[in-house]
Design a protein around this ligand. Structure first.
Ligand SMILES: Cc1cc2nc3c(=O)[nH]c(=O)nc-3n(C[C@H](O)[C@H](O)[C@H](O)COP(=O)(O)O)c2cc1C
Ligand SMILES: CCCCCCC(=O)C(=O)O
Length: 335
């Protein structure tokens, strides 16, 4: 990407270990094909949906990604303006480089992603701050008991943000200092459920791949699961998300929304994920590339093109609405 420091580009593009899971997310979509229906007189398809009580124009949301000001000086504010102007949700990373209040000032619909910290009081403060800023859901990332081994970053010596950039939402209210993010290997289901004592926001768990964990999320009264392997940045060798999705959807049986991220790049990928049981999808890196290329306009361009592609693919599959995307629309082919 022109203008993007190669070290930062590697941070955005890279994954853990051999990057097998980064590649697997895309390769798994490549093994799936659509079996379209014809002569359904659909007219122009409507990809709108209601998710956690909110009407959205389409099923593509923005996944939480760290450090947007590495991609563009306007950082998360630019991303939020694009989300607002296209009507989608921006999931703000806990590792955002802009205070949540400034992001919320754009008027975008926001969710807030959280790594629960071992300091439970600080975690409660973070959640209260995000809720006060106006976010409408909490996304708890559960695939990171430890930090993945990101070999590009190790090779590049990328350990710290450049001078002037910090994780603005990690400011300690008592000292004014920025705290480090701690990946907590002692985190358990009880800790996630306990967040209910701090917030009335719906809680989604992000990073679920096993159907038994999805069933546990339902049993624990959580509000949604996001099938995710963190874009291949945590467990290298983890299953591709589109391969994990059908069993997760079967375990959840429609009781709470199932979302998916990882390798979604085209309208056909979105339609494939919805036919396999997702209510909606999220995209990570494409937003960062749009942001690096053109700030707000670059992100809006990525979101608009993908939205239009979803509508086109729905038309070509004979689907008038998202309810017209049954599992038998998707066929697996040999590699
Ligand atoms: C540069 C980068 C930073 C990320 N930061 C976070 C984060 O702070 N919190 C989180 O839960 N996931 C984070 N993720 C994972 C994304 O939310 C998402 O799961 C992944 O990017 C989806 O895959 P895709 O990039 O192929 O669309 C990050 C991903 C990337 C590429
Ligand atoms: C120690 C900083 C943690 C930032 C985490 C961002 C993230 O999740 C990623 O995948 O990168």
């Amino acid at each position: 990407m022109a203008g993007l420091d190669p070290v930062h580009r590697d941070f955005f593009a890279g994954g853990a270990g051999e990057e097998r899971t980064v590649r697997a997310n895309a390769a798994a979509f490549d093994r799936l094909r659509l079996l379209p229906r014809v002569l359904r007189a659909t007219g122009t398809p409507d990809p709108g949906l209601t998710l956690l009580g909110a009407a959205l124009p389409g099923p593509v949301l923005i996944a939480p990604t760290a450090f947007h000001r590495l991609a563009h000086p306007d950082g998360e504010v630019a991303t939020a303006r694009a989300a607002r102007d296209t009507g989608t949700v921006l999931t703000v990373s806990m590792a955002a480089t802009t205070p949540i209040e400034r992001i919320a000032d754009t008027g975008a619909r926001l969710w807030f992603q959280l790594y629960p910290q071992p300091d439970r009081d600080f975690t409660a403060h973070l959640v209260e701050r995000a809720e006060a800023a106006g976010v409408t859901a909490l996304v708890v990332t559960v695939d990171s008991p430890v930090f993945g081994r990101r070999e590009r970053d190790l090779r590049n010596g990328f350990l710290d943000l450049p001078a002037g950039l910090v994780c603005e939402n990690l400011r300690d209210p008592a000292t004014g200092r920025i705290r480090d993010i701690v990946m907590d290997p002692s985190l358990g289901w009880d800790d996630v459920v306990r967040l209910r004592t701090t917030t009335r926001l719906p809680i989604l768990v992000k990073g679920v791949l096993h159907p038994a964990d999805a069933a546990e999320a339902v049993a624990r009264g959580l509000d949604g699961v996001i099938v995710s392997n963190h874009g291949g940045r945590q467990l290298d060798g983890a299953v591709a998300t589109i391969d994990a999705l059908p069993a997760v959807a079967a375990a959840v049986r429609g009781r709470i929304p199932v979302l998916l991220d990882g390798g979604v790049r085209r309208g056909a990928d979105v339609v494939t994920a919805l036919a396999r049981g997702a209510s909606a999808v999220l995209i990570g890196r494409p937003v960062l590339w749009g942001l690096a290329a053109g700030g707000r306009d670059g992100v809006a361009g990525v979101l608009t093109e993908l939205h239009e592609d979803v509508v086109r693919v729905m038309a070509l599959c004979g689907a008038a609405t998202l309810a017209d995307l049954p599992p038998d629309l998707v066929r697996e082919v040999r590699p």
